[in-house]
Design a protein around this ligand. Structure first.
Ligand code: BES
Ligand code: MN
Ligand code: ZN
Length: 492
């Protein structure tokens, strides 16, 4: 998909389909009025005849003829109700309608979709994200029964001259973010017989070949043993596929500038291990590497954009399987930090692979560390599928992520990390247990991580509820790439 910005009004660009907005009570927005000029008043006539009212969610398609492309009118609802949420919904309705048409090119009157309180850059970001989302398909494993391909390939965003510069900048950013989101979705959707720790390492190596600002380093099981990464190794012990610790160093900022380090949980399949999970929907545990997938997505977006910030993406990857060699409940392991852990439940494996990675990243003297993980089922109980849980040891960082989430609609919600919760991790035999009981499961998981992050500014993003969708729409969402990219853009 190719996105560009133009300062011509909607009647000018050559496009298979032109899209504009209609406000409730049959009022064409500015773009729709301009469009009507080339349609000889047809839109005004149809509105007058009551063919469309402009209610939110409504739409009307006017077929084209000859060189005149078709027109798509999207209902925006009442002006007074047109806030960011309504605009996002309108953008989604627009995107859904565009990708189902046979047209290969489209032009959109951007300002028609601008809600109160938001600038043109926000609208451009929202439109590009919505269209990329609607156009996403995952087909590498489809044999005969092909999904209908999307024909739309070129989108022109029509803006006023005064907005052109901001719109162009936003368009470039949004297109790069969409590439990153798609990468995260692809990795998340890839089946667990094809996506495993070494294959993720290959992805990192390939990306480093493709982008010259990127350097990839892979630690294999022997390296991890020499290092003393006992927690990552313990999780991978039951699998035929050995664990990997992967680092992607993106050098976009000044040399010597402290990097922002992202650490992604990359459990390519989580059976629970000896503490085996129940069978229902276990296939969805292929998404247990979506934290890692979001790290790949962010790194790719940074490379595409040439973001002037240093970012290190670390992926801590293993497959959690039951086996004669697998870790048992009751086993005690020594982590890279030197602290010992009594593994009371082998299904609490995410925090283990993260613990060693969070110790390892101290070497980067990071400005901040953000870990991203499908860490707890409890997070879904607390926040459902609307928001990620955010916790950490630094208010500014947590607030920065929350703000980035609000701005992009890729939301998070902060949970407390009060020291009292730490007591739930007490072990009679080791420095800590890897589980904290039923109450506040998302918080006690973060408490566990906090014991490995004391030396730097840190935030934890639990994406168990937002990284994928179940049911008919089953698939990875690419979240929280938009939140993280917005955060990094705000730092640049
Ligand atoms: N990957 C899971 C968390 C998860 C569960 C994400 C369901 C999305 C949907 C994680 O490794 C896990 O199994 N966590 C346990 C922790 C418990 C044993 C303390 C959980 O949440 O049940
Ligand atoms: Mn688990
Ligand atoms: Zn897991």
């Amino acid at each position: 998909m190719q996105f560009s910005v133009t300062t011509s009004t909607l009647d000018k660009p050559r496009a298979g389909i032109r899209a504009a907005g209609i406000v409730h009570k049959r009022k064409p927005a500015a773009g729709a009025s301009a469009l009507d000029a080339v349609r000889d008043g047809e839109i005004a006539a149809l509105l007058k005849a009551g063919e469309m009212d402009g209610d939110a969610g409504s739409r009307l398609l006017l077929p084209g003829s000859g060189s005149k492309g078709s027109a798509l009118l999207i209902g925006l609802g009442a002006k007074k109700d047109f806030d960011a949420r309504a605009a996002r919904k309108a953008a989604q309705a627009l995107a859904a309608a565009l990708v189902e048409r046979p047209a290969t090119s489209a032009a959109i009157a951007v300002a028609d979709f601008q809600p109160r309180g938001k600038d043109i850059a926000w609208v451009v970001h929202t439109l590009v994200a919505a269209i990329a989302e609607a156009a996403y398909r995952f087909t590498p494993f489809k044999g005969k029964e092909k999904t209908t391909p999307v024909k739309l390939a070129k989108i022109q965003l029509c803006v006023e001259r005064k907005d052109a510069e901001a719109a162009k900048k936003a368009c470039t950013e949004a297109a790069a973010i969409a590439t990153g989101v798609n990468r995260a979705k692809d990795l998340g959707n890839t089946p667990p017989n094809v996506c495993y720790p070494e294959s993720l390492a290959d992805t990192a190596r390939e990306m480093a070949k493709q982008y010259k600002q990127l350097k990839a380093t892979v630690l294999d099981e022997k390296d991890l043993e020499k290092l003393g990464a006992g927690a990552i190794l313990a999780v991978g012990k039951g699998s035929e596929r050995p664990p990997r610790l992967i680092a992607m160093e993106y050098s976009g900022g000044k040399k010597g500038d402290a990097p922002v380090v992202l650490v992604g949980k990359g459990i390519t399949f989580d059976t629970g291990g000896i503490s085996l999970k129940p069978g229902a929907e276990m296939d969805e545990m292929k998404y247990d590497m979506c934290g890692a997938a979001s790290v790949f997505g962010v790194i790719e977006a940074c490379c595409e954009l040439g973001l002037p910030v240093n970012v290190v993406g670390v992926v801590t990857s293993a497959e959690n399987m039951p086996d004669g060699r697998a870790t048992r409940p009751g086993d005690i392991v020594t982590t890279l930090s030197g602290q010992t852990v009594e593994i009371l439940n082998t299904d609490a494996e995410g925090r283990l692979v993260l613990a060693d990675a969070l110790t390892w990243v101290e070497r980067y003297k990071p400005k901040a560390v953000i870990d991203i993980a499908t860490l707890t089922g409890a997070c879904i109980i607390a926040l459902g599928h609307q928001g990620a849980a955010i916790l950490g040891n630094n208010e500014r960082l947590a607030k920065g992520l929350l703000a980035a989430g609000e701005e992009t609609g890729d939301r998070g919600w902060q949970l407390p990390l009060w020291p009292e919760y730490q007591e739930q991790l007490k072990s009679n035999f080791a420095d800590m247990a890897n589980i904290g009981g039923r109450p506040a499961g998302t918080i006690t998981a973060a408490c566990f991580l906090s014991r490995y992050t004391e030396d730097y500014t840190w935030a934890h993003v639990d994406i168990a509820g937002v990284a994928w969708k179940s049911g008919k729409e089953k698939g990875a969402t690419g979240r929280p790439v938009p939140m993280l990219m917005r955060y990094l853009l705000d730092q640049a």
